[in-house]
Design a protein around this ligand. Structure first.
Ligand code: DGY
Length: 326
């Protein structure tokens, strides 16, 4: 039989490519940015395995084109770019990369939390521009972190890690889950409380989002929810941009309905809602939650192992439709 062929739609850490080369011939997209849709569709029929990222839409149209495909490995934990039910219906195994980026993303949430609460980026800007003239009792007054209530929306792997990392700050932790299920680790380790979404909005001083993007979580935060938050509260989003209605966020920040926002993700990446970038009470990062050397290498090797398994007809370690192998 001819050698199997794999296509990698973005440049990824070498460890992943090296693994793939042991099992197949590998082509890597030479371009730095996301692959245009028509290039992805044109490439799809020639490959047995594709390793892509969240900028590739893996839907029925793609699956129609990818006629020889035996597996698709997502280089991301979030998989809102994949139509998993459609893949399952067609018997196409697909996978993601949970676990390896948990700490990196949780750390990023903390970086945003501190940066926005203590106005780190604004203050850094003053230093760099040479506008700082003297120390001042009223300069750059921000919010306290220690002892404040941390509200986790979506207490899965990353939400749990984020809350556990905060142990030293003595923050009462409350959380809400779409499933309504209790998180035993948070309850045992931190005395955290599962609360209703409404209670979380009203009680939390810092709300950190860790929910996947689903039809139910799209615009989970809009004008009504911001109005119900404390005006001293901050929102942190390292999950998916569309969980927040970004125009409503800009309006809430302008009106002072909430104190600030730390964002790593956006509704229409790479653009930001009009007005967001002009606000001082936001810290905005270019979707770097998983951007540590260890996490990105871990994502590359896990995605590669998953794809290698799927090409052999075996169950991937972190498959999204494991029922195909039952
Ligand atoms: C993911 O994995 O879903 C992140 O958004 C990118 O690492």
């Amino acid at each position: 039989m001819d050698r199997l062929k794999i296509f990698v739609t973005r440049r990824i850490p070498r460890e992943g490519i090296d693994l793939l080369r042991r099992v197949a011939d590998v082509d890597v997209s030479p371009q730095d940015g996301p692959l245009e849709r028509k290039k992805l569709l044109a490439a799809a029929p020639s490959y047995h395995g594709i390793l892509g990222t969240m900028t590739d839409r893996i839907d029925a149209e793609f699956m129609d084109a990818a006629e020889s495909l035996k597996g698709y490995a997502n280089y991301a934990v979030g998989f809102d770019n994949i139509d998993v039910p459609e893949a399952t219906r067609r018997g196409l195994p697909v996978s993601n990369t949970p676990g390896v980026l948990t700490d990196a993303t949780a750390e990023c949430a903390w970086a945003l939390l501190f940066a926005v609460a203590r106005r780190v980026v604004e203050a850094d800007g003053i230093m760099r521009s040479g506008r700082w003239k003297w120390w001042g009792p009223l300069q750059f007054i921000g919010g306290t972190v220690r002892g404040k209530t941390l509200g986790i929306v979506g207490a899965g792997r990353i939400g749990t890690a984020m809350a556990l990392m905060g142990r030293g700050f003595d923050m009462p932790v409350i959380y809400s889950n779409a499933s309504g299920r209790k998180n035993g680790v948070l309850e045992t380790e931190l005395n955290a409380r599962l609360v209703s979404f409404d209670e979380l909005l009203a009680q939390a001083d810092f709300i950190s989002l860790h929910t996947p993007l689903t039809p139910q979580t799209r615009h989970l935060f809009g004008a009504e929810q911001f109005a119900r938050m404390k005006d001293t509260a901050y929102i942190i989003n390292t999950a998916r941009g569309p969980v927040i209605d970004e125009n409503a966020l800009v309006a809430a920040l302008k009106k002072g309905e909430i104190a600030g926002a730390g964002l790593d993700v956006y509704e229409n990446e790479p653009t930001m809602a009009p007005g967001l970038a002009e606000l001082d009470n936001v810290v905005v990062l270019p979707h770097i939650g998983s951007a540590t050397r260890a996490a990105r290498a871990g994502m590359a090797t896990l995605a590669a192992r998953n794809l290698a398994a799927m090409l052999k007809g075996q169950k991937p370690e972190t498959g999204l439709n494991p029922e195909l192998f039952d």
